[in-house]
Design a protein around this ligand. Structure first.
Ligand code: APR
Ligand code: PHB
Length: 393
């Protein structure tokens, strides 16, 4: 039987970053990923990094391309009733966000993993976790037709919302909190220069729209859509027509309808599982929580979980500190719930919910208050750039 100190399930940003931080600390890991390396490297996801996330990526030694190519944004805009209102993140918090695609973060982490020589198994099938409550946890999987078994000290469940890790915990040991929203986001990626300088989150009568970007020559845009909608129902021209109507006249007039490189629909969900630990299994990232994408918190939250898990495991391997392991879940959950609240709040204020006259008025006063009150703007800005990390013990 093979042996490693930490078996990491999933090679998304959470699993790869944990592997990199632990490698730098001299702790052995094995990463097991269900998909192929090519699939993982090309997956399109969000792209706004909090300054705290950039710090952790720096610490992991994977931030040089991010610093060269990432776009620093000092503010974001909110469109409402035909006008755009700027939230000056820099003036309100002293901090800015970095626009750099999660696809690029993943590639940087995959390259770092490859150069470290630490092992990863892509296309690992039927990953199963065993002995989580005992002293000898194990992971089994199939690869290229052969069965494998790995003994370890700990298992990091970084395998996303649909992974096997959370499902390996008995239901009676978990509490689940969930909200599913009555709409989805239709996203489109296109190679064209963005005619906007900063991200625009627009609440229009026809529904939400987001103008984002990946680089000076690539845009990423989204439209609120119905959950029954299909990508096939939207030609590129139809997407751009609707986008122009929702994003506001001034910007809409500058939008050229470039052909899409990718189009997809994602549902919106808030989800948290408590606690994040079961015996020797620790959940991190999307395996433990989902936020709707409106606050751009998904990747950032995965990174703070991973930082905390890295510190907990380091405490154990350096000093046999069981306390640092015990603190992992409560420490993570405090930050997770704050990001859940902010993402839920952004989603609530910016989308159209059907037949809710009271809710629509509340949305209107909430947004008008935000545009008029520097105190309300400071609250939004502080959350958008990311709440501070809690110091470890
Ligand atoms: N066995 C092995 N690997 C698995 C399994 C399994 N049974 N199930 C899922 N995986 C892999 C997935 O293929 C994926 O590569 O686990 C990885 C999980 O990665 P992500 O879904 O990217 O999750 P995470 O690393 O937590 O990153 C969170 O990604 O989903 C976005 O919005 C989210 O931005 C956030 C970030
Ligand atoms: C993106 O660029 O994909 C993006 C940006 C901001 C969000 C969500 C997605 O809030």
């Amino acid at each position: 039987m093979k042996r490693t100190q930490v078996a990491i399930v999933g090679a998304g940003p959470a699993g790869l970053l944990l592997g990199q931080l632990l490698h730098k600390e001299g702790i052995d890991t094995l990463i097991l990923e269900r998909r192929s390396a090519e699939y993982v490297a090309n997956r399109i996801r969000a792209g706004v990094l909090e300054p705290g996330t950039v710090d952790v990526l720096e610490r992991a030694g994977v931030a040089s391309r991010l610093h060269a190519e990432g776009l620093i944004h000092d503010g974001v805009e909110i469109g409402f009733r035909g006008r755009r209102h700027r939230i000056d993140l820099k003036a309100l918090t002293g901090k800015a966000v970095t626009v750099y695609g999660q696809t690029e973060v993943t590639r940087d982490l995959m390259n770092a993993r490859a150069s470290s020589g630490a092992p990863s198994v892509y296309e690992a099938e039927d990953v199963a976790l065993h002995g989580l409550e005992g002293p000898t946890p194990r992971v089994t999987y199939w690869h290229q037709g052969a069965a494998h078994e790995v003994a370890c000290d700990f298992i990091a469940g970084c395998d996303g919302f649909h992974g096997v890790s959370r499902r390996s915990i008995p239901a009676s040991s978990l509490k689940i909190f969930e909200r599913v929203y009555p709409f989805g986001w239709l996203g489109l990626l296109a190679d064209v220069a963005p005619p906007w300088k900063e991200l625009i989150y627009a609440n229009s009568e026809r529904g939400f729209a987001l103008a984002s970007m990946r680089s000076p020559t690539r845009v990423r845009c989204y439209l609120q859509c119905s959950l029954e909608d299909r990508v096939e129902n939207w030609s590129d021209d139809q997407f751009w027509d609707e986008f122009r109507r929702r994003i506001g006249e001034e910007v809409g007039a500058l939008v050229t309808g470039a052909p899409s490189i990718e189009k997809s629909i994602a549902p919106l969900r808030s989800f948290v599982v408590e606690p994040l630990r079961f015996g020797s299994l620790f959940l991190a990232g999307d395996a433990a929580h989902i936020v709707p994408p409106t606050g751009a918190k998904g990747l950032n939250l995965a990174v703070s979980d991973v930082l905390y898990l890295y510190e907990a495991l380091r405490g154990y391997f350096r000093e046999r500190s069981v306390r640092s392991l015990d603190e992992y879940s409560p420490r993570c959950l405090r930050r997770i719930w704050r990001a859940e609240r902010f993402s839920w709040w952004m989603t609530r204020q910016l989308h159209r919910f059907s037949d809710d006259a009271f809710g629509t008025r509340m949305q209107q006063v909430e947004l008008e208050y935000l545009f008029e009150s520097p105190a309300a703007q400071a609250g939004m800005a502080e959350n958008y750039v990311g709440l501070p990390f809690e110091p470890g013990s």
